[in-house]
Write a protein that binds this ligand. Structure first.
Ligand code: KG4
Ligand code: ZN
Length: 331
């Protein structure tokens, strides 16, 4: 079974080929246009997807050494995301499906992130606790089996990735913020400033990141440009550590509460080295098993969409052509 995955929910135009579960290609076209604006401009993202999507699909097929006629199905993100972006990938998928006479499957982008853990072995086994931390979502999930997810906690304000992006802007580090903060904080003192860790009472599995973001803003306002330049490494490292601390502690509380010893990470923030290292250390201490995809499979990509699509194909859960983009689709 050969599946073409398509992902255009935000600012990455991505296509991938999955052949019987083996990843044959994973093309991700980054839209540089947003850099100049310090964040994603939805209208530009949609236009860029229109330019980049067919070249990305051609490149994915070429690299996989697969022709259109060999495809058995098409998996595509239909939400959540920027509606004008999702529509581009969704319509291309429908057109290809119609023209080739093969089924297409709409994939929930958040479920796609979770399935990134099933692209490279070893795979986790259900049930597990999954932390999904991206630019749009920060959720703790009890994944009982494929397709059956219980949300244990959610952010009540900013997503973790959004906090990284906003803090990067405050520190003048540019966009995308997560990798920029990570780079700036390398070698810095993580205890230089104690930024707040919100909602740490044991019974609460929700998150809040707006307080830590505001605390960074107040700190930056208090110091001179010169001091900011000097302290940049340690301010970035301290912010990163505050976010990582909360994400790791809450995930471990969830694992304890539900007596589950497998912890799985997903989403763009899962590419963060400090987060991966801290999870590794803390799960090893407790003899939990820990899974996290390679960084390139954590941030938006079409391999994870193809992989989630494979599972849905096997269940013959094909989509109708009337399927629309759903900007606020939930897991
Ligand atoms: O999953 P993703 O690619 O897109 C969404 O579904 O939102 O996640 C993007 C988010 C951005 O906020 C970005 O700053 C963050 O993930 N991110 C990181 C890192 N790489 C990406 N955050 C921290 N450290 C990173 N290395
Ligand atoms: Zn994403």
């Amino acid at each position: 079974m050969i599946i073409l995955g398509i992902e255009t929910s935000c600012d990455e135009t991505a296509a991938a080929v999955l052949d019987n579960g083996e990843l044959r290609s994973n093309i991700i076209s980054i839209q540089d246009i947003h850099r100049a604006y310090g964040g994603v401009v939805p209208e530009f993202a949609s236009r860029e997807h229109q330019k980049l999507i067919l070249p990305a699909i051609s490149a994915a097929l070429k690299e996989a050494n697969v022709t259109l006629s060999q495809l058995n199905g098409i998996a595509v993100t239909y939400g959540p995301g920027l509606v004008g972006s999702v529509i581009v990938g969704l319509n291309v998928a429908k057109g290809l499906s119609f023209g080739l006479g093969i089924p297409f499957i709409g994939v929930n982008h958040i479920e796609g992130h979770l399935f990134a853990n099933f692209v490279e072995k070893p795979f986790p086994q259900f049930p597990f606790i999954c932390l999904i931390a991206s630019g749009g979502h920060t959720q703790l999930i009890l994944a009982e089996q494929p397709g059956s997810y219980q949300t244990l906690g959610n952010t009540i304000d900013d997503a973790a990735g959004e906090a990284f992006d906003k803090v990067a802007r405050m520190l003048g580090l540019g966009y995308p913020g997560g990798p920029a903060v990570e780079k700036a904080g390398t070698g810095g003192d993580p205890n230089y400033v104690h930024f707040p860790r919100a909602m740490m009472d044991k019974d609460n599995l929700d998150f809040s990141f707006s307080g830590v973001k505001t605390a960074v803003l107040y700190h930056v306002r208090k110091i001179s440009q010169e001091e900011l330049r000097q302290d940049m490494k340690s301010i970035a490292a301290s912010f990163e550590t505050a976010v990582v601390d909360v994400l790791v502690k809450k995930t471990i509380i969830a694992a304890q509460k539900y007596a589950i010893s497998q912890i799985v990470l997903a989403g763009g923030v899962a590419a963060n080295k400090r987060l991966r290292d801290t999870f590794n250390k803390e799960t090893r201490k407790r003899e939990y098993t820990f899974f996290v995809p390679s960084p390139v499979l954590c941030t938006d990509n079409a391999a994870m969409i193809a992989r989630a699509g494979k599972y849905l194909f096997e269940k013959k859960m094909y989509s109708e052509y009337s399927l629309g983009a759903d900007a606020s689709l939930k897991l």
